[in-house]
Ligand binder design. Structure first.
Ligand code: FES
Length: 679
């Protein structure tokens, strides 16, 4: 490298913020490489792939001491002109392999360089990440065979990859060796090699080979939930999500919740095989679906990343999850897993790789690790609580200094199971509900109908969907609203005395119910429903409190609610119920499918794999079942919102009812905690 002087142009790359001085005439791509700024390149600087596009930010950047101008790049040369003529270049875009530095510059590296006008579908989360995928596409022109030089075709290919791309010690997947000669000849000695290199100290490996310039490669990122599976197909070269698809997890037919699936494995000799097959079949179906939607061939998928809770993770890999069914909840493998996709029943390209994020603990899985990566409690100063509520709540609490994690067996009540009128979120399910505190009359919305139930036209619109039950988000709301309207006490007892004020309070044996809707389906909230939600929320809150104890904090600064349930619940109602601790409501956010986002990050940038592997090693795992304080927190958390904890932030947006102690006539006592298996 030439000596750098203070007089050499200063170049700042955005959005990375990396900067350095380079001699006049340095190609921008070389400058980026030297600074470790990721700029894609497939053709190796031949100005044919168009992947290395950049643009110049013009202006005076006083903070950086840079006056940046288009003129500080060399004018279009013949190579760029040819590319623009043949393929077209958007206004302001340059090819960084051709454009040379002439003066100070601020260079924008766009993260969305789209070649061949691929179909772009909106993914659930369109966050754009820095890219540095584990797969590189490398075009080379290979020397033709010569009688004088008896070097093999593969060896000449390796020599070309060493000289053009600096892969000096390349491994080769065996499946390619019988095909190399044919591919080289088909491409007239011009080929594109797909090179896999995950860790810096890994040997690079040739995993696929294409004749000619292969200017695209894809990857999939997938979250295997116990209820639903979500899969995204992304371009490894542009980072764009090309198609997304989801389906329900077919393992549900073996058991609704995770524990019953473990039981199924224990009771049925072929149970594990059947569930592994079921999930892999569903994944293959989803891969076909996203490929059709995106106009992509399966063999062009070269990398894949999967996350899931420990039991999903094990069943997907074909590992018996029995050990996860009881203490000490031993994982077969907790670290990240690297395999070939063909080894786990997902045929794509023969060379396709699969990466699974590490699991945090025996009941806090790779999905929680991925959500942590996505939301980054470990990257910030503030104390952040991240909760993924499913049949098992995975809880992570921490900041850059320390992160702790646990799970709480909340059971399926939040998903509508164990609730008399509960159902999964589907057309016809009540999803929002309000109760007038004076008349005690409800009004609600159902999925599939835009109108509230007290608006004109609702009955006609709802005739199509029916009014069939209450889904998880509305169960939270209806119980919180009943509490706010004085229909239930802080101990969760439905107040029979309110029957004098409203015909909606109905006797139900020795307890009372609230009638939400009387139609084809009679929808009520019973005393048992309230109890089921109390037990679930108390389990969650007690887990959160244990983690807060470990961190020595009495409040959290931010809360992220992950997963489908987290997307739909209203944080205010979650707090009224005491499901989550008090926090500034503007700082409580749904973080969507954070696990899926974390998987996508690991697909598009291998440095995120290292980040989460390192973070998971640091996370302290708390086993709630072993903590003596859990039961105490649990009992306090049975009250609405809590027996001992105060909710000052919540108090600024609404007034919580006066305490009203009632006796639960069901004999349940309300404080008895059902132990569920770890899920
Ligand atoms: Fe291929 Fe610049 S690297 S066009």
């Amino acid at each position: 490298m030439a000596d750098i002087s203070e007089r050499d142009p200063l170049v700042l790359f955005m959005p990375s913020g990396k900067r350095g001085r380079f001699p006049v005439g340095t190609p921008v791509l070389d400058a980026a490489r030297q600074l470790g700024v990721y700029v894609e390149s497939v053709c190796g600087g031949r100005a044919t792939c168009g992947r290395c596009q950049i643009s110049v930010q013009e202006g005076n950047f006083a903070k950086h001491g840079i006056t940046s101008s288009d003129d500080h790049l060399s004018p279009f040369g013949p190579k760029e002109e040819r590319y623009e003529r043949v393929r077209g270049l958007a206004q302001g875009r340059r090819l960084s392999c051709s454009a040379q530095i002439l003066g100070d510059l601020v260079i924008d590296v766009p993260q969305d360089t789209v070649i061949n006008a691929q179909v772009v579908r909106k993914a659930a989360d369109e966050r754009v990440f820095d890219r540095n995928p584990a797969i590189r596409m490398c075009y080379v022109e290979v020397e033709e065979p010569d009688m004088e030089k008896p070097l093999g075709d593969l060896d000449r290919l390796k020599a070309a990859l060493a000289s053009d791309w600096h892969f000096d010690d390349l491994d080769v997947d065996f499946h390619l060796i019988p095909k190399v000669q044919q591919i080289l000849r088909k491409g007239e000695w011009k080929v594109t090699a797909a090179i896999h290199k995950d860790r810096d100290d890994d040997r690079a490996r040739l995993i696929a080979l294409y004749p000619g310039l292969k200017n695209e490669a894809y990857g999939i990122a997938c979250d295997i939930g116990s209820t639903t599976i979500a899969l995204h197909l992304s371009s490894l070269l542009s980072g764009r999500t090309v198609a997304s698809a989801g389906t329900s997890n077919p393992q549900i037919r073996f058991g609704e919740d995770l524990m019953s699936r473990v039981s199924y494995v224990m009771m049925n000799p072929d149970g594990r095989e059947a569930m592994t097959l079921a999930v892999r079949e569903a994944l293959n179906g989803l891969i076909d679906k996203v490929c059709t939607e995106g106009g992509v061939s399966r063999i062009d998928i070269l990398d894949s990343v999967f996350v899931g809770n420990p039991i999903m993770h094990h069943l997907f890999l074909g590992i018996d999850p029995t050990e996860l069914g009881g203490a000490p909840f031993a994982l077969a493998v907790s670290g990240a897993v690297q395999v070939r996709s063909s080894e786990i029943g997902l045929p794509m390209n023969e060379g396709t790789r699969t990466y699974l994020l590490p699991c945090i603990a025996g009941h806090v899985g790779a999905d929680a690790a991925a959500a942590t990566l996505s939301e980054g409690p470990h990257r910030q100063e503030e104390m952040m609580l991240l909760v993924d509520i499913g049949t098992n709540a995975e809880i992570v609490l921490g900041n850059s200094a320390r992160v702790v994690a646990a799970s709480s067996p909340t059971g399926p009540a939040f998903e509508g199971a164990e609730i008399s009128s509960g159902q999964r979120a589907a057309p016809g399910a009540i999803e929002r509900i309000r109760i007038d505190p004076h008349t005690l009359e409800p009004r609600f919305r159902v999925i599939g109908v835009e109108l509230w139930s007290d608006e004109p036209g609702f009955a006609e619109a709802a005739a199509v969907t029916g009014i069939t039950g209450i889904c998880g988000s509305a169960i939270i709301e209806v119980i919180a609203e009943m509490y706010l309207a004085g229909l239930i006490s802080e101990d969760g007892v439905v107040d029979g005395a309110m029957a004098e004020r409203s015909p909606r309070i109905l006797p139900n044996g020795r307890t009372f119910s609230y009638l939400v809707h009387d139609g084809e389906q009679r929808i009520t909230v019973t005393q048992n429903d309230v109890r089921a939600i109390q037990l679930a929320k108390a389990a969650l809150y007690a887990g959160v409190k244990l983690l807060m104890d470990k961190q020595g904090v009495d409040h959290v600064d931010r809360i992220g609610l992950a997963g489908a349930f987290g997307t739909f619940i209203d944080p205010k109602y979650a707090m009224v119920l005491g499901l989550i601790p008090d926090c500034d409501l503007t700082r409580v956010k749904s973080v969507g499918n954070a696990a899926g986002t974390g998987a996508r990050m690991c697909l598009l940038n291998r440095s995120y794999r290292r980040e989460i592997e390192e973070t998971v090693r640091r996370i302290e795992k708390i086993e709630t079942a072993l903590e003596p304080k859990f039961q105490e927190h649990f009992v306090y958390a049975m009250a609405l919102p809590n027996k001992v904890d105060t909710f000052p932030h919540l108090g600024t947006v609404l007034t919580l009812p006066e305490r009203k102690a009632l006796v639960d006539a069901s004999g349940d006592g309300g404080g008895r905690r059902r132990r569920r298996g770890r899920e």
